[in-house]
Design a protein around this ligand. Structure first.
Ligand code: HAM
Length: 424
């Protein structure tokens, strides 16, 4: 027996109500803020992700699904959505459009991670990017939009964490202090962090190992090393967040797991949780990314949130999704001649836009009606031998369990009123 590959899940019909609910709110929030949908390929040139996410990150070092295709090109299944959007922005000359360009995506991503609750090897993300503006008001907009989405979904008490990790000008000085601090504690570091100390010191703050985590408490804070421009940007952002009425916790350990960030970084957690695995969404500014993949310097900021993690938290907070529409009518029949009629009636109803399930096989009427009940059909049209002889049908209200003999035309007007949400 084959099974879904480890770390992947099937989204079964009974779970679709949650997915459609979240998608509907996503589309609604994007409409409110004027973000337009973009879809990029599932795989990209492997180099795009190495250049953008960073060679020394867990994602690129350990988690990408990369392969050579038949012509020998090295490709990677998309592990995140920001770099592909930047690639498309450049490739299609979107810098010529009025800036910032606001884009969003809902897309599956692939990371070879250790699967556990809320962590998959294929997961879905809703992400949005504002490209072509350095205005801190755009950072505030992105954060407000993220918080707004969770609020619209009904999620309560989400915690917003915020930090600024500076830019090319001020970060080197900060990294120097960080390295000096950790060099004095090198004997306490895990093997990964010993390596990070040499190659990517910012990542030291991100380590969740028990031996390393306490050291982050006393580590130098990036916010204390910001240059005038970065500090000004951060102060404006905080001011806008206050104007928007958004509460936030400043967290100097927040650096994010991808290397492209500059200045603003933020993450959103469900109430009472801290670990990286529980993050519902995260984002930040990435002012150098477009330049690093071959474009002109183009400031940008964005955010992404896991669809599965949103749904997990909806369930944890006992928030149910609106039920999806059920079929309006079920057509049941007895015998071949009645079946011929049923096929024609079902087709006629569908031509009128009525959702219809036609019974299949040659089961007893009782079994067919049980099926109709299970599907949640509002009404049934039953064609028995007697009805066939008299040119009538039996119309059954599946909710009340009442039935009457009618002409098909009369039944059709009743069904029509059901389709439009009427009582009878
Ligand atoms: P990220 O923090 O790597 O950021 O992922 C964003 C969100 O995707 C996480 O907060 C989490 O909800 C979800 N997620 C990540 N990995 C998994 C997984 N293995 N299983 C389930 N859910 C997961 C980014 O990817 C950036 N591109 C976000 C961004 C957009 N920054 C700027 N613009």
């Amino acid at each position: 027996m084959y099974q879904a590959p480890r770390g992947t899940t099937d989204i079964l019909p009974h779970d679709q109500a949650y997915w459609r609910y979240v998608e509907k709110e996503v589309v609604n929030i994007c409409r409110l803020y004027g973000y337009q949908r973009i879809d990029t390929p599932v795989f990209e040139d492997a180099g795009l992700f190495v250049r953008s996410i960073g060679e020394e990150t867990d994602i690129v070092e350990k988690e990408t699904y990369s392969f050579r295709d038949r012509s020998g090109d090295l490709l990677t299944l998309r592990p995140e959505g920001t770099a592909p959007v930047c690639r498309a922005y450049l490739e299609h000359g979107m810098h010529n459009l009025p800036q910032p360009v606001r884009l969003y995506y809902i897309t599956p991503l692939f990371r070879y991670e250790r699967p556990q609750a809320g962590r998959y090897r294929q997961h879905w993300q809703f992400g949005f990017e504002g490209l072509g503006s350095s205005d801190p008001a755009l950072d505030a907009e992105v954060i407000n939009m993220a918080c707004g989405l969770y609020r619209h979904l009904g999620l309560r008490d989400m915690v917003l964490k915020l930090n600024s990790i500076g830019c090319r000008n001020c970060r080197p000085q900060y990294l120097k202090s960080l390295r000096e601090y950790y060099s004095r504690k090198v004997h306490l570091l895990c093997a990964d962090c010993k390596r990070r100390l040499e190659r990517n010191a910012l990542r030291l703050l991100d380590c969740k190992e028990e031996s390393c985590f306490p050291l982050t408490e006393q580590a130098p804070k990036s916010s204390e090393y910001l240059c005038t421009e970065c500090k000004g940007h951060f102060d404006f952002l905080k001011k806008y967040l206050v104007i928007l009425g958004l509460e936030f916790d400043l967290d100097h350990r927040l650096v994010r797991g991808l290397d492209y960030y500059t200045k603003t970084v933020f993450e959103i957690y469900p109430p009472g949780e801290k670990g990286a695995q529980s993050t519902v969404g995260g984002g930040g500014r990435y002012d150098n990314l477009i330049e690093e993949i071959g474009g002109q310097p183009t400031p940008a900021v964005g955010f992404a949130t896991g669809m599965e993690r949103m749904i997990l938290n909806l369930k944890r907070q006992n928030i149910s999704a609106p039920t999806l529409p059920q079929p309006t009518a079920f057509v049941a029949f007895l015998g071949q001649e009645a079946k011929d009629k049923a096929v024609a009636y079902a087709a006629q109803m569908r031509r009128e836009g009525i959702s219809v399930i036609l019974a299949s096989g040659n089961r007893s009427l009782k079994a067919q009606l049980r099926h109709a009940n299970g599907l949640g059909a509002a009404c049934a049209i039953i064609i028995g031998e007697e009805e066939l002889r008299e040119g009538m049908i039996v119309w059954r209200d599946m909710v009340k369990g009442e039935q009457q003999r009618l002409s098909f035309e009369d039944a059709l007007s009743l069904v029509r009123s059901r389709e439009s949400g009427g009582e009878s």
